[in-house]
Write a protein that binds this ligand. Sequence first.
Ligand code: ARG
Length: 463
Amino acid sequence: MSNKMWGGRFAAGPDAILEEINASIDFDRHLFAQDIAGSKAHASMLAAQGIITAADADKIAQGLDAILAEIESGKFKFSRALEDIHMNVESRLAELIGPAAGRLHTARSRNDQVATDFRLYIRDTIDGLDKSLADLQLALTEKALQYADSVMPGFTHLQTAQPVTFGHHLLAYVEMLSRDRGRLSDARKRMNENPLGSAALAGTSFPIDRDMTSKALGFDRPTANSLDAVSDRDFVLETLGAASICAMHLSRFAEEIVIWTTPAFGFVALSDKFTTGSSIMPQKRNPDAAELVRAKAGKIIGALVQLLVVMKGLPLAYAKDMQEDKDGTIRALSDFSVVIAATAGMTRDLAADEKRMKAMAGDAYSTATDLADWLVQKLNIPFREAHHITGSIVAKASAANVPLHRLPLADMQAVEKRITDDVFSVLSVSKSVASRVSYGGTAPKNVRVQAKRWFKKLGADPK
Ligand code: ARG
């Protein structure tokens, strides 16, 4: 059978393998709600402009509502022979309302139709993602407040550097997520223009009203260039770009959870709700969710690269290559939303071993900088010299195999005779973090102020 949509020019139907490679219904069926909303807006605009009759527009709207109900209830039969969501819907519309269905595609092409559907889909997805990201920020802020005073080793090069508070560490991710939300909302603002009415590539001779469809679909304005409108996928790329950066952040956090939960670290534990056992080693408790967050970040970044590569060789305007924008994107954004929810779940679940973290925080002479700062502040020694003196004292402590605060005063005085026992007041890890009150620093006091600021921003009360 030749095709219903373009059968006039074609005597025979497509080869089976063309049908196979051409069909996009398996993934663009996810756009059904947006496709139907776009068609309803288009039909009522056509009627308002006198391009089709009001009676036909009513029939079309009723038919489209019926189709929406069929799809939502799972009764709709999707056909691969009908290629994509647009032709599946239009063909069913013809079955339901007869010849009036044929008037819906006036002054429209699948090219502006799919560009519109996908913009609406991505816009809706961003709105959902933003809510989940705000919830994750809330989970992190709650934990941060709970652990505002808990001291842990801060690392650079993954080597113990200086003591920090666990609350401060968790709030670092709240900051990252705030930038992630900003990027998504920027993308949303830029994408909110209506391609509908660009038709195949050149616009149309029908007296359409693009402001009317823009308003009906919640777009800020119509797109200004029809060639750009049908061949632009920046809105997908920007969203995948923002999602990739965010997934990278969540992957770093996941990696930290993997490290922290390993018995060699033992900083935090996840409950039975967020760990799995081993089929052979009865003692094992594996952080699968964290590992999968880490892995899925790779797939999300992959979807971005995949679409960039698909797009980079395409001359204007639409090319069928662009149909391949949906599969990877829809999958990646759905993975992304699971990744966010799993991270929020782990965050709420995790319990810190505060004693162990504190003990480890004092390891490896982590308060050496505090000693150097004391020399500068109390003895007015230039920092570079203080650094040198401290290095010699650390070497002494290391040779005696004792932590800094256990090294006898006499041994310190052997290096710098003006040191007094006041120095011991800065050598404990708790004193060290309490002293870091510079704006943005790790002091428990700062963590409380920042946590409160975030609760306020997130419109939540501290629990
Ligand atoms: N399924 C197509 C897509 O997603 C719709 C547009 C088809 N346009 C065309 N000229 N064949 O890209």
